[in-house]
Design a protein around this ligand. Structure first.
Ligand code: SF4
Ligand code: SF4
Length: 398
């Protein structure tokens, strides 16, 4: 990508380099995109205004503001656009790419970019520590470079599930379920690199392509039937973005994998939960993914003995983003300064209003974000946050 100098050049670049980018010409300025955006109120240029500005030949005012960094790549705008314009992965990430080329990026996100280049993960940890969560763990977790044996499942664990103390609990729960199901699986450990989705959506396409090529080369070293991911972002990027670079691997998110084993899980889950559970649809399994993974997580929850599924007002296509996608995980300080609100708190209030005692999630960004929101909204006595994998693992007998 080259740095563009004019609105016309920018429009030509989006039209030429983004799949279906030429649809940008079909915008009818209805404003649905800006209206549905969780941060639209605080953006100087929400999606509709970006297109209006470009049509007026104005690029500089758009690039002079930093409000694009309020965009958390939730796909809500893309989902409602009647003209089917690829806003999130096209227009918005292209604006972010221009900002990156001008080095106009909030420091927190810049740090994540540097970490991923230097260490292969967004959290700035040593790659050698990537499988430390397996130490002193009751379940044996094979690392493919050591076992050198074919497996059915190459489990792509991801950055947060490997390194973040809270999310490691989810990772261990997933390993327990694999063991209970007798799944033949292995992980990459230190060989695993960040999947790159966040950088693709944040406009850092060079870094995304570098990480994708490293991961693809590693995947090709091993014999497996499919990749199963903990993270919806990894699932999406392996499924939709890696093939555009020539890397094709069969992949499922773990919710799909568990759902496919639901009959067997039903017979293994004997411990009762006795709680009302609301499920938070992650953007990465729904809107970002042709809206098709809504039912499987709900059916897993309903299969847990004693679990009563309740719905929040915003669910499925209208689910409210936790605020962590598209680089949002590293932009909390920026977003708070600009908007003074957190979507994760909206979601906790909505779950409590729905009568839920548990907010079930299926994305590694969500447990820490919603845990914080439970505390900051003073609802620690009313609700807890659990990943679906934790709920299933807790229900397993023994
Ligand atoms: S929703 Fe689509 S058509 Fe409507 S203003 Fe936004 S980009 Fe244009
Ligand atoms: S992707 Fe989400 S946060 Fe970004 S502009 Fe669209 S609606 Fe707003």
């Amino acid at each position: 990508m080259i740095q563009v100098e004019s609105a016309d050049q920018f429009l030509k670049q989006v039209s030429g380099s983004v799949a279906e980018g030429e649809r940008i010409r079909l915008c009818i300025q209805c404003g649905s995109c800006s209206g549905v955006c969780p941060f639209g109120l605080w953006m100087e240029f929400p999606p509709q205004a970006i297109i209006a500005s470009l049509r007026a030949g104005e690029l500089k005012p758009l690039l002079d503001t930093d409000s694009i960094w309020l965009c958390v790549s939730c796909y809500a705008c893309t989902n409602v656009c009647p003209a089917k314009i690829p806003l999130t992965p096209g227009l918005l990430s292209s604006v972010k790419a221009e900002k990156l080329m001008k080095s106009s990026v909030p420091t927190e996100l810049q740090d994540a970019l540097v970490n991923a280049r230097k260490y292969g993960n967004t959290v700035g940890e040593s790659p050698r520590k990537r499988a430390d969560w397996t130490a002193d763990f009751t379940v044996e977790v094979p690392i493919l470079a050591k076992t050198k044996k074919p497996v059915d499942v190459l489990w792509y664990v991801g950055d947060y599930p490997s390194y973040h103390a809270r999310v490691q609990q989810v990772t261990r729960a997933t390993a327990k379920i694999f063991k209970a199901l007798g799944v033949s699986f292995g992980i990459l450990g230190p060989e695993e690199q960040s999947d790159g989705d966040v950088f693709h959506l944040a406009g850092e396409r060079g870094l995304f392509e570098l990480l994708a090529s490293k991961n693809a080369k590693t995947f090709e070293k091993y014999e497996f039937k499919e990749i199963v991911t903990t993270d919806p972002h990894a699932y999406n990027t392996f499924k939709h973005e890696y093939p555009k670079l020539g890397y094709h691997f069969p992949v499922r998110h773990y919710a799909q994998f568990l759902h496919a084993h639901l009959n067997r899980l039903r017979s293994l889950m004997k411990n009762k939960l006795e709680a009302r559970v609301a499920y938070h649809d992650p953007c990465g399994l729904g809107r970002a993914n042709d809206n098709h993974i809504y039912q499987e997580p709900r059916e897993i929850i309903e299969a847990i003995p004693g679990a009563e599924l309740v719905e929040m007002g915003h669910n499925r296509t209208t689910s409210i983003c936790c605020g962590g996608g598209g680089g949002g995980m590293w932009l909390d300080g920026f977003a708070w300064e600009k908007a003074g609100t957190r979507t994760s708190e909206w979601r906790i209030l909505e779950a409590v209003a729905a009568g839920a005692q548990i907010l079930a999630v299926a994305c590694p960004y969500e447990t820490p974000r919603f845990d914080d929101a439970v505390k900051s909204t003073n609802h620690a006595k009313d609700i807890v946050v659990k990943d679906i994998a934790e709920l299933v693992a807790d229900a397993l007998q023994g």
